[in-house]
Design a protein around this ligand. Sequence first.
Ligand SMILES: NC(=O)c1ccc[n+]([C@@H]2O[C@H](COP(=O)([O-])OP(=O)(O)OC[C@H]3O[C@@H](n4cnc5c(N)ncnc54)[C@H](OP(=O)(O)O)[C@@H]3O)[C@@H](O)[C@H]2O)c1
Length: 249
Amino acid sequence: MLQQLPQGYTAVVTGAGGGIGRAIVTALKADTRAGRILAVSRQALQAEKAATDDDRLRALRADLTTAEGRGILANDLAGAPVHLLFNTIGILHDATLTPEKRLEDLDAETLAASFHVNAITPMLVIQALQASLKGRHPAIIASLSARVGSIEDNGFGGWYGYRASKAAHNMLLRTAAIELARYNPQAIVLCLHPGTTDTKLSEPFQARVPEGKLFTPAFVAERLLAVMGERGPAESGTFWDWAGKPIPW
Ligand SMILES: NC(=O)c1ccc[n+]([C@@H]2O[C@H](COP(=O)([O-])OP(=O)(O)OC[C@H]3O[C@@H](n4cnc5c(N)ncnc54)[C@H](OP(=O)(O)O)[C@@H]3O)[C@@H](O)[C@H]2O)c1
């Protein structure tokens, strides 16, 4: 897996306390070629315990939606090369945020919160890690988007903030891909759709998911790493689903 990356590669996983984030960390731990795995979360991770039995894994507690949190991560890395940045941070709902069904539900604060977590944060994490991503080393920057963020694919409407913030995420990542190609010819920036996955994020909406279409986080992690493993720098700035099919913007 991830054969583009060197033996002993360094991986950073953000949102490592989330359903997919935890599964990505577990999958990377199973890769003997991974040399260093930094699991970043706002929570005290179970990974902190797991770290005692695998000294390649370290948990870092930081809220990357804040400049302070991103500073903690950048200081921790101190410009050391990062070969894999896997961002899983994203929000669809929380105690105060409900996906909008109709125009009446739109609210400036809620929209701004979605944009902040789903689009601005992943981009500013890349900015904070610039020193670790620039150079001549292979570097995959993968960030979880969602198919509903595809403008072309939007046939159903609804979920204004989530859709629009994921579309903005995709534009920011695509733009970063163009710039990063100048700083690191081996950089591969990818937007990924995991498919509907059994996590807290999808929980309130799982009743509508057709039989066999609700994936386990472990399955999704394995699929996404396989899809990433098939990409090269010429495909930087593209959008893929879990099955390895490209998604239109
Ligand atoms: N599950 C699905 O069906 C599905 C489908 C399409 C796309 N996605 C995308 O996949 C990604 C991972 O989702 P998931 O299913 O694993 O959901 P999840 O279990 O809710 O995990 C998302 C993680 O994002 C971070 N996060 C969420 N809200 C935050 C906030 N306000 N401030 C800071 N960090 C916040 C948290 O990381 P920490 O707790 O570690 O801080 C959280 O655990 C998201 O970007 C989501 O949009 C999921």
